[in-house]
Unconditional design. Structure first.
Length: 370
């Protein structure tokens, strides 16, 4: 039995009528750019994230870019970020003209190490980006403390609906940062039928800046207060996402159930580490990421049995060719580099059947026990 890493067709089959009806309302309306579906989705995502404001935009990369611009980050500034993340986190820093400063991760959660953030602050630092990797929040309150008054952007592209208990209160992904950012790329937990993104904030001035920046720096048509972007969420995507959002909590619970089954099934394998979730966190398991020094052999073994896996991420950003100009050498972020050589994500998507899950479990166990 083949088991893909993700099965979007299986999910679509369960919601086809709702999604198609929502899309056809937009088609019949012929209002494709922003408009009611976008405003409604912004309200719902703001509610889910427990924030006052949400601004839809073209994709999760742009959400980070708009956030940096809204915070006034530009040429000559440094922005601290972890290198063990999707490229967009640092690409956005570069593309606003600022300099990425990479700091290492906590090897258990793969999220940024707050002590490393504190140690990297210079007079040029203008912001810090914390990434909520694989579905669990970074220790946002500790990153904020380490940032010492500098604004924190929370790249929650992989973690919409994840939460963390801070001082007895449930804090949602994106809520506690100056600006939180989401991606609706199809493989994210809330995925559109195309690209999409959103930024959330509690701060009205930042909200106004984000709204301006996504439409060429203009609030009043043809009058431009600053040079922004064409980065809007289109109504078709917002309609799809609005139809999918009521299912998100159930899908995340199904991912957690798959993760719990894997945790139990692999607990006795000494050469294999299952994901560590900080006890304060509730993960939405955008990925279920195993760790073993025999990663490449395990990946090949699973591929031979028809099981889809993925390496997120094989080369940390400080060692990417495009960032050679920053001058990092191998060894600069040792935990990120070690993780890059040992991680392997296996299928955890909500529609995974018990038979498929058992197939994955059998195949992983066979690799380590035979
Ligand atoms: C997916 C992702 C992004 C970018 O989102 P897009 O919608 O693909 O532009 C940014 N950061 C992280 C951590 C991501 O996983």
């Amino acid at each position: 039995m083949a088991v893909p890493i993700l099965d979007l067709k299986a999910q679509h089959a369960t919601i086809r009528d709702e999604v198609v009806a929502a899309m056809m309302r937009v088609v019949d309306d012929q209002a494709f750019i922003l408009g009611d579906p976008v405003g409604q989705l912004e309200c719902k995502v703001a509610g889910l994230s427990q924030v006052r404001f949400a601004v839809g935009c073209a994709n999760g990369t742009d959400a980070i870019l708009l956030a940096l611009r809204a915070l006034g980050v530009g040429p000559g500034d440094e922005v601290i970020a972890p290198p063990f993340t999707f490229f967009a986190t640092a690409g956005a820093i570069h593309n606003v003209g600022a300099r990425p400063v990479f700091v290492d991760i906590d090897p258990r959660t793969y999220n940024v190490d707050p002590a490393a953030v504190a140690a990297a602050i210079t007079p040029r630092t203008r912001a810090v980006i914390a990434v909520d990797l694989f579905g669990q929040m970074a220790p946002i309150e500790r990153v904020t403390a380490a940032a010492g008054g500098l604004p924190v952007i929370e790249d929650a592209a992989q973690s919409i609906g994840a939460s963390r208990t801070i001082g007895g209160r449930t804090v949602m992904a994106g809520e506690a940062a100056a600006i939180g950012t989401f991606s609706f790329f199809p493989s994210k937990n809330l995925g559109g039928y195309g690209d999409g993104g959103m930024a959330v904030t509690q701060d009205e001035a930042l909200y106004e800046a984000l709204v301006k920046l996504r439409t060429h720096g203009s609030r009043r048509t043809y009058y431009h207060e600053l040079v922004g972007y064409n980065s809007r969420l289109d109504a078709l995507q917002a309609a799809v996402l609005g139809a999918k959002l009521p299912h998100l909590a159930g899908w995340s619970a199904a991912r957690r159930a798959n993760a719990a089954a894997y945790d139990a099934a692999f607990a006795d394998l000494p050469e294999l580490a299952t994901p560590f979730v900080d006890p304060a966190n509730t993960s939405i398991y955008n990925q279920y990421t195993l760790r073993t020094p025999r990663r490449d052999a395990l990946k090949a073994h699973l591929a031979a049995r028809g099981i889809g896996t993925a390496v997120y991420y094989p080369l940390p950003l400080h060692l990417q060719p495009c960032f050679a100009y920053l001058g990092y050498q191998a060894g600069a972020c040792p935990e990120s580099e070690r993780a890059a050589g040992e991680v392997l994500s296996i299928p955890v998507f909500p529609e995974l059947t018990v038979a498929q899950r058992d197939e994955v479990i059998d195949a992983v166990r066979a690799f380590f026990t035979s």
